[in-house]
Design a protein around this ligand. Structure first.
Ligand SMILES: [Zn+2]
Ligand SMILES: [Zn+2]
Length: 660
């Protein structure tokens, strides 16, 4: 073929194209269609230079989109003709360092079927090797310090590949071609087991750990985004010991189950739920537990739904293969602190909680909690976005020309960077009330900023003047945008569903600071992306003691009763009959309500659910935000009548009258 009949083009491909076996895939296509040139990673994605016949180029381009690796997600392919160049063959060249970093690295991926087969094949050189991975699976965000996604930028940099691994890494036809975390038993990370005093336990670390779990012990296991605390989920003794030591008395614990068939022994599973459980993201999925499930009743903490997930690292597979019971796998921390990630840090912070520590020497760079998700009306409904999801961006309908960093609220915090059409929503951080949480927040934010080279030009913060994030906003020398809490909820929902224009947004919530300085939380806003007006709200009730009502929810029952009855003796009497409140407490509460001292009014939906739960005698104290609401929901699902309400149409603000 003469040189004249060739076309020369350069392609820029963006999307999730790194860490998913994209370059070897391109290499194989080039071979198939007789295309010459090169492919390389750039900080913007993947660059391909091609010299080919017109027909060859056409076929190559079509196959590029149609046959891309399963975990790749092509967002855009830009093709431009370039001046002729000389190419004898097709090559994979080393990554070029561009100026701006817009690459989308894939999140961490659950162990693939090929690796799983090798893991349990006695003839394979990685038989029972807990760090087996390939271009289709393995750690990503949790080990990457910077882009482009190449080994020196990861915590695998300190492991020098052996000759055999090196050969795989450089062989374009191999599944491990340029698999950055590639390793084997002779050159890669190692696993070992120690007791709480740091003394090494002899024997096979996995088998020994499984034996300890079988004895009802609590084992801290170093995972992908941090440590887990594990114990036998069917043992009341082990589970209550874990709760006691972790000081997590009520919040549900997640359970890891060997495989889908095993899940069906404990929970009802729909097709959509099955698919979500087995997806490479491997979130914890909330499932309806069966009556005859043998999982300890202390695991779910009184709720109907059980948080179940499948093994997602080779180590999990090895463990689950060897124990014959499901494992509680809860994040390795003391209640309300962030998950531990370093060996020494874990030994220190989990002292007194774990009896044994299953450790390894591949460092975790960035903490990621497990994600929590559920299927609602046939669709995935994420509850906590972290490992496997964040910070892979949400694609927006609009293109923004200002980069914004949104700092998030105080409870269940996440932050978000906005650039162009991408919203990089950070991983779930949790409540911002401890020094450790703030440190986790800053580390995670810095990691995302560096990974995607983000340069915010403005800071968005909650209107609440006392939130830690509001105080932090002022430390940036950048323009500040104060955003009303519920307006932010509604606009996020609009962005997620690619809706613009004007909407009636309904935001039911715990608490959020209103523009009038009162506590909002049951709001109907007429709004667009920029502005809103408050069209309606739920009736307001006093919160005697302010934020104390969030845990002592029977205070809220007092608030509702006072609003309705307005009679000291009767409210006192009702509180003792309905909520079992002591005479002394009821008297103090009623006189506080009568005086109006520290009893701000709230339209919060969360507080009404709390009050209803307390009045029904479900509970008087909530151990975590939303506990009473979850229990109320479980009771309400079994009822067939509805709670009546009236809409009071006023001049300005309408009111949904929820008074009994
Ligand atoms: Zn694999
Ligand atoms: Zn090796």
């Amino acid at each position: 073929m003469g040189k004249d009949s060739l076309v020369y083009v350069e392609m820029e491909i963006s999307g999730i194209v790194q860490g998913v076996g994209f370059r070897p895939f391109v290499y194989r296509l080039a071979g198939r269609y007789g295309v010459k040139g090169s492919v390389s990673n750039t900080t913007d994605g993947v660059n391909i230079r091609v010299a080919a016949s017109r027909g060859g180029l056409q076929a190559f381009l079509e196959a590029l989109s149609a046959e891309a690796p399963p975990q790749a997600l092509i967002e855009d392919i830009r093709v431009a003709e370039v001046s002729p160049f000389h190419a004898e063959s097709f090559e994979i060249t080393t990554s070029s360092h561009g100026r701006e970093k817009h690459t989308l690295v894939s999140p961490d991926l659950a162990t693939c079927d090929d690796c799983l087969r090798e893991l349990f094949d006695p003839g394979d050189r990685r038989y029972r090797y807990p760090f087996i991975n390939c271009t289709n699976c393995g750690p990503r965000f949790t080990i990457i310090g910077d882009t482009p996604y190449d080994r020196p930028m990861t915590t695998m940099a300190c492991f020098k590949m052996c000759a055999e691994c090196e050969r795989e890494y450089h062989d374009p036809s191999n599944r491990r071609f340029h698999a950055q975390p590639n390793a084997c038993p002779s050159c890669g990370p190692r696993l070992w087991l120690v007791d709480a005093g740091g003394r090494r336990i002899d024997g096979d670390a996995v088998s020994e750990a499984c034996a300890k779990l079988g004895e009802g012990k609590i084992v801290a296991i170093k995972g992908l985004g941090g440590f887990h605390l594990a114990c036998d989920a069917t043992s009341d003794g082990a589970v209550s010991r874990l709760r006691e030591r972790k000081r997590r008395y009520a919040k549900p614990l997640a359970v890891m189950v060997r495989d889908l068939a095993e899940v069906e022994r404990y929970c009802r599973v729909s097709d959509e739920e099955r698919e979500l459980l087995a997806s490479p993201r491997r979130p914890i999925v909330l499932l309806e537990e069966m009556e005859d499930s043998t999982i300890s009743r202390f695991v779910a903490g009184g709720l109907d739904r059980q948080g179940i997930f499948l093994p997602y690292t080779p180590l999990h597979h090895l463990l689950m293969h060897e124990v014959d019971f499901p494992l509680v796998m809860t994040s390795g921390n003391l209640s309300s602190e962030p998950i531990a990630k370093g060996n020494r840090e874990a030994m220190e912070r989990l002292k007194g909680i774990a009896d044994y520590f299953l450790l390894h020497d591949r460092d975790i760079l960035v903490r990621y909690d497990d994600s929590v998700s559920m299927i609602f009306k046939g669709r995935e409904y994420p509850i906590r976005r972290a490992r496997g999801y964040a910070p892979y961006p949400v694609k927006l309908k609009d293109d923004f020309d200002v980069e914004v960093l949104a700092l998030g609220a105080e409870l269940k915090n996440t932050f978000c960077f906005l650039r162009g059409r991408h919203a990089f929503v950070g991983q779930h951080i949790g409540d911002m009330d401890t020094r450790e949480a703030r440190q986790h927040y800053e580390e995670a934010m810095e990691a995302v900023r560096r990974l995607f080279s983000l340069k915010p030009q403005a800071i968005a913060h909650d209107l609440h003047p006392e939130y830690m994030t509001t105080l932090m906003a002022k430390e940036y020398a950048l323009p500040l945008l104060g955003v009303q809490h519920h307006h932010a909820h509604i606009v996020s929902c609009m962005a997620d569903n690619a809706i613009d224009g004007r909407v009636i947004g309904v935001s039911w919530d715990g608490t959020g600071y209103g523009t009038d300085g009162t506590v909002w939380g049951g709001e109907f806003l007429l709004c667009d992306q920029v502005s809103f007006s408050r069209a309606a709200r739920l009736s307001t009730y006093p919160m005697p003691g302010g934020e104390a009502c969030i845990t002592e929810i029977d205070r809220m029952a007092g608030g509702v009763l006072w609003e309705v009855v307005r009679d000291k003796d009767e409210v006192r009497n009702l509180l003792s009959v309905l909520c079992g409140m002591s005479g002394e407490r009821a008297a103090a509460l009623v006189s506080q309500l009568a005086s109006g001292f520290n009893s701000p009014l709230t339209s919060s939906a969360g507080r009404i659910f709390d009050a209803a739960a307390a009045l029904m005698g479900l509970r008087g104290v909530a151990h975590y935000e939303g506990q009473a609401a979850c229990e109320l929901e479980a009771v309400a699902e079994r009822a067939d009548s509805r709670y009546p309400y009236e809409v009071v149409i006023g001049d300005g603000l309408w009111e949904i009258d929820t008074r009994p």
